[in-house]
Ligand binder design. Structure first.
Ligand code: SF4
Ligand code: SF4
Length: 252
């Protein structure tokens, strides 16, 4: 099903450049106005193939390393789910980057906003730590920083919504699809780290996705594999699709 090379895909997905990156992440009102004038450049989405996940949590660990998070912060959390038939499977849960994000609507200071590329970000300079967003998220995808992150000193420039490292005490953080990496043509840390190639990052506009090894036509991939969105009935419009399974495609 490979359509283009990985290099071509990352070039397409990531060929934004530093200037465009800086311009790419703007508060929702501006983003919508901009999109109305120019049309969306890309709309990030993810597909997670539960037929391939072995529950190793390499995705979780890579995310924690990339964002300098404590072990208790699982921005992509791998659940072991037990089904009614007595079987079980592993289900990684990142932030679903909801199109109709309840976390964004309840934030009283507009610290949570959506980029024109469809990623929900948190501006920790604005966040007042009220945790309304945590209560509103039906997926438990947000984490409150009760303490300082596990870095001795700040080796970075001041944290930004696109690269919120280190996290700020008294604010809320979450998965942001590694926009700091994809903007430079790199895969999100979880996609890169998954040895089973179970996680795909894609663009709904280009209609293409990759797991680092293969590239596929995103819409066809979703349709042919009957992919579903978790708790879609809530009307949140999750941007993460799951291919149902229980690890049956693992190549041991
Ligand atoms: S999964 Fe939760 S935190 Fe992420 S966009 Fe949706 S409501 Fe917000
Ligand atoms: S790295 Fe891949 S196989 Fe391991 S838990 Fe995450 S999604 Fe599953």
């Amino acid at each position: 099903m490979a359509l283009v090379s990985r290099r071509q895909l990352l070039g397409r997905l990531g060929g934004i450049g530093a200037g465009a990156l800086a311009a790419g992440f703007v508060p929702l009102a501006f983003a919508e106005a901009d999109a109305a004038e120019t049309g969306p450049q890309r709309q990030w989405a993810m597909v997670i193939d539960l037929r391939k996940c072995d529950g190793c949590k390499a995705c979780t660990k890579a995310c924690q390393e990339t964002h300098h998070l404590p072990e208790s912060f699982e921005w992509i959390k791998v659940f072991e789910v037990h089904d009614k038939q007595g079987g079980s499977f592993f289900m990684p849960r990142p932030c679903f980057q909801c199109e109709n994000a309840p976390c964004l609507k309840v934030c009283p200071v507009a610290a949570t906003f959506k980029t024109r590329d469809g990623v929900v970000l948190v501006d920790q300079d604005r966040c007042i730590g009220c945790r309304m967003c945590m209560a509103a998220c039906p997926y438990g995808a947000r984490y409150f920083n009760y303490g300082d992150p596990p870095v001795a000193s700040n080796p970075f420039q001041h944290p930004t919504p696109e690269f919120p490292v280190p996290q700020q005490k008294g604010t809320v953080g979450k998965c942001m699809f590694c926009v700091h990496r994809s903007a430079n043509g790199e895969l999100p840390a979880c996609v890169d780290a998954c040895g089973m190639k179970a996680i795909w990052i894609g663009d709904l506009v280009e209609d293409i996705a990759t797991n680092g090894d293969e590239t596929v036509r995103l819409s066809t991939f979703i349709k042919e594999n009957d992919a579903f969105r978790y708790k879609e009935e809530l009307g949140t419009g999750p941007r993460v699709y799951y291919i149902a399974g229980h690890g049956q495609l693992l190549d041991y």
